[in-house]
Design a binder for this molecule. Structure first.
Ligand SMILES: C[S@@+](CC[C@H](N)C(=O)[O-])C[C@H]1O[C@@H](n2cnc3c(N)ncnc32)[C@H](O)[C@@H]1O
Length: 255
């Protein structure tokens, strides 16, 4: 095991200064394999926040339907999706280096070509790298629920965040979220419902069964062992203008 904060490990999670974050970057430990994956495969799979707007033609060599996932964790479910849908391109964004190492290792071993990864704060990537109206599907699976009420402001799902995502989705594109925390599911529902540029695809106006494109995730399985339920939400992007905005945290907040 290696400490990824070690000086001889030059790969760093990228982010811009902000007062509220939806994550904590832990000085985690990496396996030797995960660490080696950065040396061997980051050049092939890694993208940098600081390169700005992503050129899909340059990155993927084609203009295929594009799916973007925030917070893929250890990456097994995202890798399975990229393998299952070779006609789509996938972008994963994660701040946790061991998960990034595991994903690019798996992708290289499987010869996957339709996947690229940012090791960065997803909100910064959305703001600076992802063009408007270019996503066919957005995926957010089992985001940190930040259970305590005083921490709810750290939940990644907020009205501003959802509005920013609407600017990145093409008309008819899908916004897919899942959680194993009922209170967070209700909160997601409330935020998504308020967004005028989205419509719920659930026939009962609530939740959908797990769509065939989403494999079970690691966190989902962990939750199931603890007896948690699972709530999937799939909303469709409606036609309409998005007010241009850059997502910034509220002022005077130092959480
Ligand atoms: C609870 S885990 C779920 C992981 C995975 N989706 C699963 O279901 O197994 C949430 C993940 O989101 C990542 N995350 C949280 N906020 C993020 C952000 N702003 N940008 C990128 N990743 C983020 C965390 O590092 C963590 O790995």
């Amino acid at each position: 095991m290696q400490d990824e904060s070690a000086e001889d490990f030059p790969y760093r999670t990228e982010f811009k200064k902000k007062s509220i974050r939806s994550y904590v970057i832990r000085a985690g430990r990496m396996t030797e394999g995960q660490r080696r994956a950065f040396d061997n495969y980051w050049g092939e799979y890694g993208l940098s926040l600081f390169d700005g707007s992503m050129d899909r033609q340059k990155v993927f060599g084609r203009q295929a339907p594009l799916a973007l996932e925030i917070g893929f964790g250890m990456g097994d479910s995202l890798l399975a999706m990229a393998e299952a849908e070779p006609d789509k391109d996938f972008i994963g964004i994660e701040v946790h280096p061991p998960g990034v190492g595991r994903l690019i290792n798996g992708a290289a071993k499987a010869g996957v070509k339709n996947l690229r990864v940012y090791m960065a704060d997803a909100v910064d990537v959305l703001n600076d790298c992802i063009g408007n109206g270019c996503l066919d599907r957005f995926q957010l699976y089992f985001p940190d629920p930040w259970h305590k009420k005083k921490h709810h402001k750290r939940r990644i799902v907020q009205s501003e965040f959802v509005h920013l995502l609407c600017s990145k989705l093409k008309t008819g594109g899908l916004m897919h979220m899942a959680t194993d925390w009922e209170n967070y599911a209700e909160y997601m529902q409330e935020v998504l419902q308020k967004e005028k540029l989205l419509e719920n695809t659930a026939t009962d106006g609530q939740y959908v069964a797990r769509p065939e494109w989403r494999p079970e995730t690691k966190f989902e399985r962990r939750g199931q062992k603890l007896g948690h339920g699972v709530w999937d939400l799939v909303y469709r992007r409606l036609p309409g203008e998005v007010q241009p905005q850059v997502l910034t945290p509220p002022e005077n907040d130092t959480a």
